[in-house]
Design a protein around this ligand. Structure first.
Ligand code: ZN
Length: 155
């Protein structure tokens, strides 16, 4: 389909809350294909619809060689806490430490409207939660831990 421009920080669309997909049509399939093409072109681990200016609750994630289609995601359980570095295709050349659950249980739909339920951990869980944040207008810089604060926590 198409590689689309990725919206960058400062673009107000990144701060909007996306609406649920209520009909699974050819448009939904095209959106997912465009997200995959754009994510691959940018060599990212994930991409949310809001990052290409589409205010729908849809994202794609590719971790450990597995491509996930994540539409209308709901996290219904989480466990543990892990601090790791994150970056974002919408915030070039910036990284920061973010605390996220280690494990999540999620329900979501694929492009055909088929619902699935799965458990994810570590990097996959982190990337999925990062993308879900995008669908709520939240960016990783909002959650960034100051390394000095972290040193204090450990000490
Ligand atoms: Zn991002």
């Amino acid at each position: 389909m198409a590689v689309l421009p990725i919206r960058k920080i400062g673009d107000p669309v990144l701060r909007t809350k996306a609406k649920p997909v209520d009909k699974f049509t050819e448009k939904t399939e095209n959106l997912i294909v465009n997200l995959i093409d754009t994510m691959h072109d940018a060599e990212g681990l994930g991409l949310a619809a809001t990052q290409i200016g589409v205010q729908l609750r849809a994202a794609v994630v590719e971790v450990n060689g597995e491509l996930l289609e994540i539409i209308n995601p709901e996290v219904f359980d989480e466990e543990g806490r892990e601090i790791a570095e994150e970056g974002c295709l919408s915030i070039p050349e910036r990284n920061g430490l973010v605390a996220r659950p280690e494990k999540i249980k999620l329900t979501a739909y694929n492009r055909y409207g088929e619902k699935y339920e799965r458990e994810f951990s570590d990097l996959a869980a982190r990337v999925i939660l990062h993308e879900i944040d995008h669908l709520d207008g939240v960016l990783f810089i909002d959650k960034m831990i100051d390394p000095a604060e972290l040193a204090g926590m450990e000490g």
